[in-house]
Design a protein around this ligand. Structure first.
Ligand code: URA
Length: 236
């Protein structure tokens, strides 16, 4: 990269615009294939360090949500996961434990994972918002935008191959669209980050809490999960 491209790249990065659309991924970053065990180990250490920096930054960030919440909730699972699951915001149980998806919706999520032969230890689970909104209210658009950079940074660090969006808030945040979930689900979307040399295949589906209230949507949710399972199986 020449000096002026580098300056431009830094400018775009620092402007807070974390990704933008383009036809093909950039080639700025090194080829990540053929890594040694030591390189993989160092990379995982770096990932955990990067995630810990995000936790520190969220703690420092002033927001009224912090005043009413108990514990910061960032992630559960594996920072080197192939699949990232993104929910909405912590509820009461998550706020008490500091871990995402540990309440009733979390138990259903565990079953959904098991149904496609995954478990919590091999995926990365997070939320759009990291402090519990008062009375579990839906996060506002302003709050979504406020926390989006932290979510984008997690995606850049974990570098998953697939993102599974749980519910309308996650779909709105990551797919940058107000289109209803019913129209977005059932198909693959492409997430592109300026910092990553790859496309991340992304699917949006129903939130487990919604499925608990409206079990008639479980069939559609199962179809979406199977789309993910097929992608994972096709890789092997
Ligand atoms: N609902 C979410 O969206 N996230 C959680 O962590 C728990 C419930």
């Amino acid at each position: 990269m020449n000096q002026s491209d580098k300056k431009n790249f830094e400018f775009i990065k620092n402007s807070g615009v974390n990704y933008f659309l383009q036809d093909s991924p950039r080639n700025w970053l090194e080829n990540t294939k053929d890594k040694t065990k030591k390189e993989i180990f160092n990379e995982n250490e770096d990932k955990i360090k990067g995630i810990n920096e995000i936790i520190a930054d969220i703690r420092k960030h002033q927001t009224p949500l912090k005043d009413t919440a108990n514990k910061l909730v960032l992630y559960d699972g594996n920072t080197d996961a192939k699949v990232m699951f993104v929910g909405e915001a912590p509820g009461r149980d998550e706020d008490e434990k500091g871990v995402p998806f540990v309440g009733r919706a979390g138990q259903l999520l565990n079953k959904m994972l098991a149904a496609i032969k995954l478990n919590r230890e091999e995926v990365y689970i997070t939320n759009v918002i990291n402090w519990r909104p008062p009375n579990n209210r839906t996060p506002t658009d302003e709050e979504i935008l406020e926390f989006l950079p932290y979510l984008q940074r997690q995606i850049d660090i974990v570098e998953p191959d697939y993102i599974f969006l749980l519910g309308g808030v996650a779909a709105k945040a990551i797919l940058s669209t107000p289109i209803a979930l019913g129209k977005l689900r059932g198909q693959w979307h492409e997430y592109k980050s300026m910092n990553l040399n790859k496309i991340i295949y992304t699917i949006a589906s129903y939130h487990p809490a919604f499925l608990l209230r409206s079990p008639q949507y479980k069939k559609a949710s199962w179809e979406d999960l199977q789309m993910l399972q097929k992608k994972l199986n096709d890789e092997n």
